[in-house]
Write a protein that binds this ligand. Sequence first.
Ligand SMILES: C[S@@+](CC[C@H](N)C(=O)[O-])C[C@H]1O[C@@H](n2cnc3c(N)ncnc32)[C@H](O)[C@@H]1O
Length: 229
Amino acid sequence: MTKIYGIGVGPGDPELITLKGLRILQSCGVVVYQAAVGQRSNAREIVAQYLRPDQVEVVYHLPRSLAATAIDYDKAIAPILPYLDQGQDIGVICEGDPLLYGSFMYVFTRLQGKYPIEVIPGICSPLGAAAVLGLPLSYRQDVFKIIPATLAVDRLQAELTNVDACAIIKLTRHFAKVRSVLEKLQLLGRAIYIERATMTAQQIIPIELVDPDRVPYFSLILIPSATRL
Ligand SMILES: C[S@@+](CC[C@H](N)C(=O)[O-])C[C@H]1O[C@@H](n2cnc3c(N)ncnc32)[C@H](O)[C@@H]1O
């Protein structure tokens, strides 16, 4: 029976996929990835050098809007369905970790219980970013949070009030809102901005120099622990 693997490929550096992820990726007859319509898949870019011409590649497009319904997601994963029951294993690759804000989760929740599924974890972007920035993130009883920048300003402010350490992801057009909340809470001095962490196009830009109109999808802010021991 076809088995589905959710494979985390890590934050961008192709060497940051796990040994298990790479072995399973190369054993799958079908490789599936998510991409925005008209754009290339970042997960595929990360593992491009490991793919073989005889592997069938299948792309699916997730809805972009937060208003998307379960039916929209059902439709989005439809391109995968013809490959189920063909007997070949299917590797669904996902940037970072598959179960942390990962595109794989929409496949997982729809096919779980119908097919055997195994998830291979990946290094998530906050941890990839912390490593390249050399930032100890959390000590002892520090609470580390991952906060989506898409939150409304009140919730964002509530989550960031008295924060020990955090990663703020999904910045893009929400950057200016996040920056003003950080300024209000006097956190700007501790906030570190990074684009495309661990990728060849990685950039670390002082937060005050970031142009809010040019914040790419692959960007995040880290606030490391203030503890020093
Ligand atoms: C939908 S979430 C996916 C998270 C991913 N599954 C993970 O484990 O890191 C996408 C967000 O993760 C962050 N992200 C992912 N890869 C990144 C990278 N290499 N550098 C900076 N931010 C990244 C960005 O904030 C982006 O908007």
